[in-house]
Write a new protein. Sequence first.
Lengths: 701, 701
Amino acid sequence: MDAATLDPQTLIPFFAPRGVALIGASANPRKLGHAIWRNLTQSGYAGPVYPVNPRYQTLGGMPCYADVSTVPDPVDLAVIILPAPHTPAAVEACGQRGLKAAVIISGGFKEVGPEGAALEAECVALARRYGLRLMGPNGIGTVDLTTGLNTTFLRGLPEPGRIAFVSQSGAVCGGVVDYARGQQLGFSHLVSLGNEADVTETDLLAYLADAPQAGVIAAYVEAIADGRRFMQVARQITPAKPIVLLKAGQTEAGDRAVSSHTGSLAGAHAAYSAACAQSGVIEAGTVGQLLDIARGLTCPVLPAGSRVAIVTNAGGPAVLAADSLARSGLSLPELVAETQAALRGKLVPSAQVFNPVDMLGGAEPADYAFAVQTALTDQAVEAVVAIHVPQALVKPAAVAAALAEVADGAAKPLLVCLMGDDSMVEARRLLHQQRVPVYTFPEVVGPVLQAMNRYRAWRESAPEGLPALRVDTAAAAALLPAQAGPLAEAAARPVLAAYGLPLIPAEVARTPAAAAQAAARLGFPVALKIVSPDIIHKSEAGGITLNLSDAAAVEAAFRQLRQAAAAAQPQARLTGALVQPMAPPGPEIIIGLRRDPQFGPLLMVGLGGIYVELLTDVAFRVAPVSRTEARAMLAETRAGRLLAGLRGQPAADREAVVDALLRLGQLALDFPQIAEVEINPLRVLPQGQGALALDARIILE
Amino acid sequence: MDAATLDPQTLIPFFAPRGVALIGASANPRKLGHAIWRNLTQSGYAGPVYPVNPRYQTLGGMPCYADVSTVPDPVDLAVIILPAPHTPAAVEACGQRGLKAAVIISGGFKEVGPEGAALEAECVALARRYGLRLMGPNGIGTVDLTTGLNTTFLRGLPEPGRIAFVSQSGAVCGGVVDYARGQQLGFSHLVSLGNEADVTETDLLAYLADAPQAGVIAAYVEAIADGRRFMQVARQITPAKPIVLLKAGQTEAGDRAVSSHTGSLAGAHAAYSAACAQSGVIEAGTVGQLLDIARGLTCPVLPAGSRVAIVTNAGGPAVLAADSLARSGLSLPELVAETQAALRGKLVPSAQVFNPVDMLGGAEPADYAFAVQTALTDQAVEAVVAIHVPQALVKPAAVAAALAEVADGAAKPLLVCLMGDDSMVEARRLLHQQRVPVYTFPEVVGPVLQAMNRYRAWRESAPEGLPALRVDTAAAAALLPAQAGPLAEAAARPVLAAYGLPLIPAEVARTPAAAAQAAARLGFPVALKIVSPDIIHKSEAGGITLNLSDAAAVEAAFRQLRQAAAAAQPQARLTGALVQPMAPPGPEIIIGLRRDPQFGPLLMVGLGGIYVELLTDVAFRVAPVSRTEARAMLAETRAGRLLAGLRGQPAADREAVVDALLRLGQLALDFPQIAEVEINPLRVLPQGQGALALDARIILE
């Protein structure tokens, strides 16, 4: 990909072209070429639209062009809806005519097999030759709600608003639009990327970063081809504009479903989550959550912290909101005395004024305005959730108007829950237009405020450079064999040592007597482990003996190990035994890395020993990480809590773990042939005393 | 509560009265007494409705009665909307007039404080005297969509259907109704229970069990007063009719919000979850999920297992559905070869026929009918999810009609996802009316099918008696002191021994020499633990020494323990030391019980040692439990997986844990004064070798 294709300016013609040609325009209402024609001409786009189809002289009362070469100026964009085999010629014609961009709606390309993939590659090659950007194929096009350009065949559009929606699935895009219309959800852009033959999701992010109408970017993604570029671009955008992302195929089954449908290799979900966390991208778990969080982020202010007040006209929904907030790590502080007094002074006597503030069923719009305004000024409160349940005698739209007025210019966010559907349409529209996030059920507010709060924390976090580590790259390079395969502990240790990873001392001994001598040097008691390039799982081969307290025991154990290993793996080459002193006691964790096809090296930390399998207590990050990121990944695991010291136990040396993670990350960056490293267990000593890798292996690819 | 108040027949007048008096009827459109009058007379109820208000001669052209005593026959039910202080007199008048039931809509009772509580108690006492059942106060009444009786002031009603909705919050009921109208969700009954002065949620369950129109009971609950009766009633209902329950106040914050709003003591959520699991009640986490699952259970058939096929016109939503299914423990089997061949024979060539079956965007209603029918007959498939995303050229209502026809009479459930809102109204209504569960977003199907599948398993599970255990109740009774407080290990052990709990052998020694002699009898190495009625946390008081291998070490340790304990707790009475042999190695778990205010004794099992705090790996059940339930509770924890044997480790004696749980449950039932028991750790030995309680304590109340 050359520099020109990375320039977000090249995407302008997809949204604000000076003119549009529809190649494959149709007068037949049962054809997509007709529906697109309708949308191009009837959605408010002010520029000229030219139908192209050799079968018509005119279309909709306009001259129809036989070929794009005859279309007059100005024209920047083509929308192509032709059978796949005819598409490359159309792309070439667009290039020759000097167009800047083409949206290919047609399917029949990579998604249907090798023949389609060849056609798609041909289109891309032609587009590159002429400097034409391509969107699709196999997408449903684009809508710019500001310029009115609509290249889709969708029936009906949502209201204009501040959410830019980018989707790798045209169907999800269409479904979201249909849903959004019933929810009064407003959008600035709708983009369906199809097969991403040229323009990718990351290109779109870069473009939308500079689009003023797009206040929030919401993306539905099935696979990201260039994970590291995605992270780089996202990191540039998120300090100023939030990105919410739903990755489909989060489970193995979902992943398989993706593969069968787009043919692209979806990365493991852990890598996506790590990449999002490291680039300030907010991850959503479902379509509902994607839209809920995007709606929340249309709010002009973010919460300064996690303390929330609830103002309601009904107790039950407030309980549900409180549950939701607590589950998402937010708290419900008691309001300060002055706030309570102020509320008590104006609300009905039986109202609750602690938190939730329950104004009871008779609450009028003025009560909402007063109570929310009062709660917003409480110093213990960083966000307010107002809940309105339909009442016979109160108009929701009037409540909404009162709330929108209070929210306008407020320094803290107000979220509103209107529990209902039928009677809430007008109120919902009004609040959303005024950038007050509005929801149906109270259970939604927790995840939304959590996302808003985390995003605020991300924006506040200072950028941090990567740590300088003293490592011996040359030594490691000399130690790494050329061929792929596993390096067992004895072979892996020197490589890890060259990168300063903390290893338990050890010597390789070739005879029982040498082992006993080594044990004496290292200090009893010792452990003995079989050394063989062919044995990776030593304990399963009977290749480990612990707690040997004298020379005789070491010699006997040496012989026994060889016998056991020979019995377990008769073909294994046995080159000796590793002698290690028994480590001081301490909690055990696992650290490691594996290489992800989309994002590159992925660092891992979690509880060690048998708990690796019993729990799924593991955090991941894409390497390299800063010291703060390494601390954060440890802190989000139970291993981190264990090391912090449970029940008054002394804290273990967490900084030694952080340092080890940084060194592993550096190793992975310096040697792309390292596919996997696992240090398990890493015994962590008391604070200030470091850590010791008691076992380790490396896999080369 | 006497037998009459437990008779569900007494609730019939709330839903099908022969006549209704509205006490507090009003001609003023700004009064609730007007809105209720409108609903009573305009919702289709066929019986007579009598307005009662001394201020009017007539109301709405009908004679208005000054007092309920003058209302003519037939009349069974009164709806009372008067200020709280006037309500007891009205209740008494209803009783004297011979009415059977009264719905008190008015607030101002228990929920506002002691004065209101006194008024409420007065109403209940009067109602009991006259054999009148009361619903409320502080609720919004009832709707029976079959008889047309509507005692609420709600504007508008949902469509008639098969879901009975019972709510302890009037606001949640009102919000759900408003929402349901926009979603074409159909109900048989709507009941708002208010303060439950007389009629409780459990009474309603018993009534709805016999109501043929109620196919599914959905309940929103803030607190259940009589947990054990709830379980008993639910167990009778769920084999024939599903109950879905949302308990508000699932978190501590939510719980506090409940307390401040109803004044009732909400039980810990673990007890609710256990009670639901043990009575076949399906628990929902949110309002959305409550309605989604209830919708699912309107389906006439349940899945026979967890294998699901997806049929779709778009790949992206199928991936989201696959993710949702996998997260909920369901699987996506590959369709059998015949099915694939059949699909390939009729669908477009580029369609995917494995699973998901992706028919691509052009799929017509006939394609849906064919593909879903074909998938339903596949022997590898136990349920089908059909997804339809709006397309320019296909009518959703036609797809819905085709799907409803296929679902009609099918032996396996079909769930449908119509991704959109605006264009899906007609299709959604049609499917719901035909008892085909229908949803907006694909992410919903996993939790719904999981709930349907679990409910099917519950219905299939054979009822199992409680095990007969040999326990020495008299001995335990003699050992338990009369006063409340903790029993430390030495005092707790004999009680537990009387109930056959497996204890590590031990002797109490009062002197160093006696300790050494005991150690010799028990066998070295031993552990020594301080014995003091005042020391519960022995290790924190320095009161435990492990691995003492000879008499001298035991004597020295005895002295040291006493010193350390005296230093840590100078006031503690030190009566000696407990001498125990060191136990054989094995995994450690925790078992225990605590008494829940609503549900009684709650058994607990989970990972032991430091992992109790580090993980929240604990399962609960309400005692008594059957052997199968005890096995199930162990199996749902990671402790269960650990005991099953990780990485080829031998399995531990899980039946010994099950037996210990049963014995703990029996102990709790026999001695209500036992508030808590904790056995931590319980060392579990290899299969067939039992388990050993290494430490234990009891708390008496």
